[in-house]
Design a protein around this ligand. Structure first.
Ligand code: CA
Length: 252
């Protein structure tokens, strides 16, 4: 068995030299090829590998702008690949799952993926979601650049024992630093900017993920789960059927 096949689908794509770098980690060759071809046609520089270890290695080497990651992989599974990649350097991850209940399981674990798609998925949807993730990452980079240029314009947010330094994009609770992914950070800022206010999943999706449809509400749940894991379960209140509210316990 060979799990180290690579594909080169960049030839002839004129914009590829500047396009975003996308790493595809998928052992089903037909899917890997279809995804690679489609994203290459969109001007992205696509690299595909077929097993988990190759995915971790390629992520460290290529420093991709987006990782499209299958969950069921030979060797190290997608979950562990996601953890190892994120531990090295935060990067947006779009997870491919085999079933909806697998997505639920991953959401429950609060893994650091930015989005999930259940197979079979349409290539159009994959392109749309990939572009949304890349747009958001680009905006975050621009915002970070502007913020560091004019750091004083951005007052830190302090609610209860939570301190959010928007200029440095750092978060601490009771003086202890928390390490958030860029998306988790943006979600926290969106919630904490309106404390004690219920924000709907749809509004959070629009604000943080730049989506206009409500098909990705599980994504919000997954990130809230991650924030609770990293910052404490008592920070964000679930309002069932509606959304979430940022309500840290009073420090008095
Ligand atoms: Ca697979």
């Amino acid at each position: 068995m060979c799990h180290a096949w690579h594909m080169s689908t960049n030839h002839g794509a004129p914009r590829a030299a500047e396009g975003p770098v996308v790493l595809v980690v998928e052992d089903e060759q037909a899917i890997a090829l279809a995804v690679s071809r489609r994203l290459t046609a969109e001007g992205m520089r696509v690299h595909a590998v077929a097993d988990g270890q190759a995915g971790v290695d390629a992520a460290n080497r290529l420093r991709p702008d987006l990782v499209i990651l299958d969950v069921m992989l030979p060797g190290i599974d997608g979950l562990e690949v996601c953890r190892r990649i994120q531990a090295e350097r935060p990067v947006p991850v779009l997870m491919l799952t085999a079933r909806d209940d697998e997505t639920d399981m991953l959401v429950g674990l609060g893994v650091g993926a930015d989005d999930y798609m259940t197979k079979p998925f349409s290539m159009r949807e994959l392109v749309a979601r990939s572009k949304a993730i890349l747009r958001r990452a680009e905006r975050a980079r621009e915002a970070a650049a502007q913020e560091s240029a004019a750091a004083t314009d951005l007052a830190p947010i302090e609610v209860g024992d939570v301190l959010i330094d928007r200029a440095q994009r750092r978060v601490s609770r009771a003086g202890k630093d928390a390490h958030l992914t860029p998306t988790e950070f943006d979600l926290l800022v969106a919630l904490a900017s309106s404390p004690k206010t219920v924000l709907t999943r749809e509004r959070l999706l629009a604000e943080v993920w730049d989506w206009v449809d409500a098909s990705g509400t599980r994504t919000v749940d997954s990130h809230v789960k991650a924030l609770r894991r990293k910052l404490g379960a008592d920070l964000i209140r679930t309002v069932h059927g509606v959304g979430y509210a940022f309500e840290p316990p009073s420090s008095e």
